[in-house]
Design a protein around this ligand. Structure first.
Ligand code: ZN
Length: 201
């Protein structure tokens, strides 16, 4: 569990990352609500692309929602984060790579920046600006889901739908959280399936 440091002076960056169904957004909301209780001014942003639920909310799967502003690019956050103590960013993997510079600038202004996002895409590769953010952050928390096949801790998001786009997210029927061992097995099977369907054509 991340321990917020009340004595810390100035700004810093916290990253919360993991697979689908690992509770990233819930952990982001928990930290932001604590800051709000302490009467700190909080602003929350997410990429405009994430329109699964309400346009104006960071919504986690358990409906523990908190108001947020969708923005088209990471540079918009710099312009909009005025006079705030804490900035929260959800679904950060879908932002452009400039998000790393944006978060650095915010933190250098004295702002506490809390970023949540998927650390890997469905192929197991580092996702968008998240690896860069993990490098520059003061604090990184990896949260885990439970593997749907063996019950150990899961760090991968295996795609079980046929959708081609990377930007399919959130639906329980499209992804399953898997551990490394089960993910490697599943990806092998996917490749074999893809090859045999190619041969059929
Ligand atoms: Zn497993």
């Amino acid at each position: 569990m991340f321990l917020e440091n009340p004595d810390r002076i100035g700004g810093w960056i916290e990253v919360i990352c993991g697979s689908m169904f690992s509770g990233k957004t819930e952990e982001l909301i928990r930290r932001l609500k604590r800051a709000k209780f302490a009467r700190q001014k909080v602003e929350i942003f997410k990429p405009e692309i994430d329109t699964r639920y309400d346009e104006e909310q960071v919504v986690s799967h358990d409906e523990n929602a908190i108001h947020s502003t969708p923005v088209p690019a990471s540079s918009n956050i710099l312009l909009m984060a005025n006079d705030v103590r804490v900035v929260g960013i959800d679904e950060a993997q879908f932002f452009d790579l400039e998000l790393v510079n944006v978060c650095n600038q915010l933190a250098s202004r004295g702002i506490r920046v809390i970023v949540a996002g998927l650390d890997m895409d469905f192929t197991g590769k580092p996702f968008g600006p998240i690896p860069g953010l993990m490098a520059v952050a003061e604090y990184v928390t990896k949260v885990h889901a439970v593997c749907m096949r063996c019950g150990s801790l899961a760090n991968h998001s295996h795609r079980i739908s046929t959708a081609e786009d990377l930007v399919v997210l959130g639906e329980t029927d499209a992804y399953e959280p898997l551990c490394r061992r089960c993910f490697d097995h599943a990806r092998e099977k996917d490749k074999t399936k893809a090859m045999s369907s190619d041969e059929a054509h």
